[in-house]
Ligand binder design. Structure first.
Ligand code: HEC
Length: 134
């Protein structure tokens, strides 16, 4: 019994350390756009779409609105992000038609292969204001 409690305590400590270690770093890492993404895009991105589920439909409406805001708010140096507007527009169209694969494709188009554009944005636009609320 003693031994088991000891192991449980150890596992708890490891998990706790991992959570403590990860959470603050992530929050600091996000740009204003990154926080906006989580709240307006990530939150409403479905894993799958069921057109008979009104919650799914409502989430996609929110997602479409967020993509539309992104499409009209490229970074100040828009030329450095050639797929920004195109990806946001494609995401909007995919959200309107419940095309989950198309939505994911739009995310990847803008984030770039291996998140290259996401990293570039973080390096160059860390202090840019977030887009307006959808
Ligand atoms: C118009 C361009 C664009 C589109 C489209 C886009 N993103 Fe982003 N996203 C970015 C950029 C640039 C960042 C980097 C900002 C940051 O992380 O601080 C980012 C960051 C994020 C973040 C926060 C950082 C992280 O890695 O956790 C999340 C979550 C996110 N995007 C989710 C999505 C999802 C899901 C989609 C598709 C449904 C999507 N984005 C579509 C440009 C875009």
């Amino acid at each position: 019994m003693r031994k088991w409690l000891g192991i449980a305590g150890l596992v708890g400590a490891i998990v706790g350390a991992a959570v403590l270690g990860a959470a603050p770093a992530q929050a600091e890492d996000l740009t204003p756009l990154g926080k906006w993404m989580k709240a307006n895009i990530g939150k409403y991105t479905p894993a799958a779409y069921d057109s008979s589920n009104p919650d799914n439909k409502a989430a996609l409406d929110k997602l479409k609105a967020a993509f539309d805001v992104l499409a009209s708010n490229p970074p100040s140096d828009g030329s450095n992000y050639p797929d920004w507007v195109k990806s946001a527009q494609a995401g909007s169209a995919a959200a309107a038609s419940g095309d989950v694969a198309g939505i994911k494709k739009a995310c990847n188009g803008c984030h770039g292969a291996n998140n290259v554009f996401k990293k570039k944005y973080k390096a160059e636009h860390a202090s840019d204001a977030a887009p307006p609320n959808p």
